[in-house]
Design a binder for this molecule. Structure first.
Ligand code: NAD
Ligand code: UD1
Length: 356
């Protein structure tokens, strides 16, 4: 990129909510590498400040100059006032939220309160301080159990659990906010299944407790923290009987956010628009296990189990809209996803924490 364009960006400040988390850290690093100034607000509910320190180190002089961390909670308006009164933001990337489906079924109040109230407060402060550009983390969960695949952005939306409903409601709220005040420019990014880690092996996903999602679970089996992988469902009408998903490298996902940000800055009439971020390719659970075994050289013992309630047979993205309108396309395949996930896991078997 021309140095003039980089310099211009250097004057652009981005607020990243939830920037200490899995997708947040990878996106903040790409933003810093691209010359943006970044402020993070995170309550460290599902993350640690060490992750932010590692991002700062990886970004070198851009990290020491252009990254600020605020410990704060979006449900607390005093925390938001502090952050917004200190810096004039050009745009917000909003990752902060709770994301465990099972927990959301057990504690719906917590999910509605954290994800909805947190976002309503954020929108209020963005309006108050005249920052009306937002990239929002939505999810393929808003397609529910799709009747046809690939999932296209104009499909009818439905949610299967409280977590999914928070994403569905927040998409609707974003559309209403933008309709009421056309100065707003909002992009809703519907992520498919983010996996992998930064190739340095310094940052990656570090879930608390027993992982719910496939790849962190496989990773913990590979490093000996868990004995075997439960494969949920081996009688699906797929080539090997296991379910199919669209796994996407977190680095591609982070690049998708930069593309969305550029689109927002460049397009007066973007309105409130949704894009899928996926690869468009489906991979089965057993194929993913085989790819990880190959990348790590470790054997992953499996136990074939009944289907997990609420799971769809096959979900993958239509990627045409993002490719055409954002000029973005995923570059990495499952080999790179597994290679980088294993690199992170082998260097950090206990995540950011020391071995207990
Ligand atoms: P993550 O849990 O690693 O990161 C979320 C961050 O938000 C955490 O650091 C957490 O401490 C912070 N946070 C939560 N509530 C907060 C609050 N009230 N105030 C301030 N900070 C708060 O999750 P992630 O995987 O990086 O996901 C980021 C976003 O993307 C989430 O909104 C999630 O729902 C969405 N998403 C994730 C996936 C996935 O598989 N990882 C898929 C689709 C959508
Ligand atoms: C899950 C969430 C979805 C969220 C997405 C983000 C559910 C029901 N859905 O999607 O809302 O947006 O994460 O990435 O939780 N699997 C196993 N063994 C395991 C874990 C998973 O076999 O220990 C299988 C699952 O049955 C599924 C596949 O692996 O077929 C992927 O599972 P997971 O990583 O949890 O993602 P999703 O279910 O697609």
């Amino acid at each position: 990129m021309a140095s003039e364009a980089k310099q211009q960006q250097q004057q652009q400040s981005i607020l990243v909510t939830g920037g200490a988390g899995f997708i947040g850290t990878h996106t903040v690093l790409q933003l810093l590498n691209e010359g943006f100034r970044v402020s993070i607000i995170d309550n460290l509910d599902n993350s640690v400040e060490e992750a932010v320190d590692r991002v700062r180190d990886l970004a070198g002089s851009n990290g020491s100059r252009n990254l600020q961390f605020h410990l704060g909670d979006l449900r607390n308006k005093d925390d938001l006032e502090k952050v917004f009164s200190q810096t004039r933001f050009d745009a917000v990337i909003h990752f902060a939220g709770l994301k465990a489906v099972g927990e959301s079924v057990a504690k719906p109040w917590l999910y509605y309160s954290n994800n909805l109230i947190g976002t309503l407060n954020l929108l209020e402060f963005m309006g108050k301080y005249g920052c009306k550009k937002m990239v929002f983390s939505s999810s393929a969960t808003v397609y529910g159990q799709p009747e046809t695949i690939p999932c296209v952005e104009n499909f009818q939306l439905k949610a299967m659990n409280p977590y999914g409903r928070t994403k569905l409601f927040l998409e609707e709220i974003a559309r209403d906010v933008q309709k009421a005040d056309p100065d707003w420019r909002i992009i809703l990014l519907r992520y498919f299944n983010p996996v992998g880690a930064h190739p340095s092996g310094q940052i990656g996903e570090d879930p608390k407790g027993i992982p719910n999602n496939l790849m962190p679970y496989i990773q913990q089996v590979a490093v000996g923290r868990l004995p075997e992988l439960n494969v949920f469902g081996h009688d699906y009408p797929t080539k090997d009987g296991s379910a199919i998903r669209d796994y996407i490298h977190v680095i591609d996902l982070a690049d998708g956010h930069i593309a969305a940000l550029r689109k927002i800055f460049a397009t007066d009439d973007i309105g409130c628009t949704a894009y899928n971020l996926g690869t468009g390719h489906g991979t089965s659970v057993l194929e993913m296990v085989a790819a990880f075994e190959k990348a790590s050289g470790k054997q992953i013992p499996i136990r074939l189990c009944p289907r997990r309630p609420g799971d769809a047979t096959a979900v993958f993205a239509s990627t045409e809209k993002a490719q055409k309108e954002l000029g973005w396309k995923a570059k990495y395949g499952i080999e790179e996803m597994c290679r980088d996930q294993w690199n992170w896991a082998s260097k950090n078997p206990w995540g950011y924490r020391p071995q207990p």
